[in-house]
Design a protein around this ligand. Structure first.
Ligand code: FES
Ligand code: FE2
Length: 336
């Protein structure tokens, strides 16, 4: 699957940029190969527009905030949050006002500290995370581009067969490569995957978990939302919950913007955010290194380009669900 050639992917919400980054001016973001500008108007509304001025094509992300709207950095035309030109500074004062000149605008919302965007009417709402209602603390972990496809990142999150090898330096146990048993429950917008995974408890983890045992068990409830969003809720035997949200926002066919934050039911005094991030950084770097070596073009059909084993089931279901969605969309488009 090449995301930029898969029109249905325009109809999903993706986290684009930490909202705090919009304070000092507009920021560029490439989503599904399309150059966009993300900014916030004087009333606090986030806005997502095409990053190309309708006057002489300059990037609006090189502009600046002026009187609560977005001014192009080239000749100063001003745009409101819907992309309409509301002022052309070169015109006489009595000729100012809203015009019918505009740039394309896209669905935009702010949740969980991020500005989210879609390129067309979203099929599903932005997911609700139960950890928000439970009052867990939220720790922002990573915001960085990876040279891999979102689908590889998603499949890897549900792959119980890789821990022993990819994570052999952190919590994996090469002596026990048999994948843990799991069950999958499907929904219209994805699935939930439950399993119990025995793992080793390295020194840094013992401190973060406040557990002295050499080995422990992760009760994992992992939710996948099509196409590239996942929450992995891990509960340890002592009641600690570490719930990781990872989005692999598609920049283009080969690159994903990784947005990751974690919810925990403990306090900063129990486990400092800095240490939580440091442990997840090691684990994430292990995944990144191997994922960047994979082919970003993931086949959605089972034509034998890739071989399977039973523990690949979640990834196989992802491919099947995405293929079904694409086929439904193609049928609908053909009927129009
Ligand atoms: S190019 Fe944007 S105002 Fe001229
Ligand atoms: Fe991993």
């Amino acid at each position: 699957m090449r995301p930029t050639e898969t029109p249905i992917l325009a109809r999903f919400w993706y986290p684009l940029i930490p909202a705090a980054q919009l304070a000092d001016g507009p920021k560029p973001f490439r989503l599904l190969g399309r150059d966009l500008v993300v900014w916030r108007d004087g009333e606090g509304r986030p806005s997502l527009l095409e990053d190309r001025c309708c006057h002489r094509t300059a990037k609006l992300s090189k502009g600046f905030y002026h009187n609560g709207v977005l001014a192009c950095g080239y000749h100063g035309w001003e745009f409101d949050h819907e992309g309409t030109v509301v002022r052309v500074p070169q015109r006489p004062v009595d000729k100012q006002g809203r015009t019918n000149m505009r740039v394309a605008s896209f669905p935009c919302a702010e949740r969980y500290g991020y500005v989210w965007g879609a390129l067309a009417e979203p099929l599903f709402p932005i997911p609700e995370f139960e950890e928000e209602a439970e009052g867990f603390r939220r720790i922002d972990e990573f915001y960085e581009p990876w040279a891999t496809s979102g689908l590889r990142v998603m499949e890897n999150s549900f792959d119980n067969a890789h821990f022993a090898f990819v994570h052999r330096a952190s919590f994996g146990d090469m002596g026990h490569p048999e994948p843990a048993k799991s069950e999958v429950e499907e929904f219209a917008d994805g699935f939930v995957f439950r399993s119990e995974v025995p793992v080793v408890n390295p020194p840094m983890q013992k401190e973060l978990l406040r557990m002295a045992e050499e080995r422990t068990v992760r009760h994992m409830t992992a939710r996948w939302w099509m196409p590239f969003l996942r929450k992995l809720r891990i509960r340890y035997p002592n009641g600690l919950i570490h719930s990781i949200v990872t989005a692999a926002t598609p920049i283009d066919d080969r690159t994903s913007q990784i947005c990751q934050w974690v919810y925990r039911n403990d306090t900063e005094a129990d486990a400092p955010a800095e240490k939580v991030i440091a442990f997840d950084r090691q684990v994430t770097a292990e995944d990144r290194d191997i994922l960047e070596s994979t082919d970003p073009d993931v086949p959605l059909d089972q034509t034998g380009r890739e071989m399977n084993m039973p523990s690949d089931k979640p990834g196989v279901i992802m491919r099947r669900m995405l293929r079904a969605l694409i086929e439904r969309e193609e049928t609908r488009a053909a009927a129009e």
